[in-house]
Ligand binder design. Sequence first.
Ligand code: SAM
Ligand code: ZN
Length: 287
Amino acid sequence: MSFIDLLAHHSGVLRCPLCLGPMRTVESRSIVCGSRHCFDISKLGYVNLLNRSMQSKYDKRLFDSRRRMAVSGFFEPLNQALVEGIRGRHSPGQPLTILDAGCGEGSLLSGIRMKLEQDLCHPPLAVGIDLSKEGISLAAAEYKGAMWFVADIANCPFASRQFHFVLNVLSPANYTEFQRIAAAGGTVLKVIPGSEYLMELRDLLYKGSARKTYSNDHTLAQFQKYFERTEVKRVRYRVSLNPSLLDSLVDMTPLSWGVTEQQRQKALQLCGTAITVDFMVLLGQSL
Ligand SMILES: C[S@@+](CC[C@H](N)C(=O)[O-])C[C@H]1O[C@@H](n2cnc3c(N)ncnc32)[C@H](O)[C@@H]1O
Ligand SMILES: [Zn+2]
């Protein structure tokens, strides 16, 4: 289904980010609320729902690199774990709506949607939001069949209780909003880096400095305050990368912010070394 068709069928999930009223589509050109706040539908197939321009620190180079890594299969075990997490908590035959909050360039959500589509009679509704217009443009250009919006996680442009699953992968969270928009009994799946995430790269770039290690205790405690029946799953695997993918690996992660060109070059020494990919998936139920 095209973005316009999806919008026409599912405009009920939206709410105006300005006055919080319901929204409807107008002649495939825009979406509008009862107070006439109007947002244009881009030709690429997304809508920018930000009322003011907000800067994301993530740029096109980072999203292009994330896309290359995703297409190479780098995130496949994580993708599979999320699909299993959804399958485990969803009753077949029931409708399925998934939001990816902080979806970046959209590869992860699109991959998950396609996998789930195979086992369902009704295709799942997949919706991605991100603060970055560059990320959402890339998502909309490549991945049809999902709805893409430039929007702020802290002011989700959705009516309450709309999503059976809310994904939040390596992105900031707003648990109050996630609780509001998750369906009763819906699940939030938050992915955070595990303590060994890219440890070989971090060793090389930040030997001896505080940035070298991650601690997730605070994130986990916060998550447990908001959601019931929380579970933590670890997804850990190792991947060897060729020089071109190593370059993309450095570019795709905020770890590379502030590193010198010399340090970047050093990362290429990891060619042929198995790199540890380590994620924690937090699953929790919204009441
Ligand atoms: C490390 S990237 C992860 C992107 C994607 N989930 C992935 O794994 O490829 C973090 C993302 O969070 C987005 N982001 C940061 N703050 C946000 C906010 N307040 N609302 C929506 N997205 C936000 C950034 O623009 C960026 O795309
Ligand atoms: Zn409005």
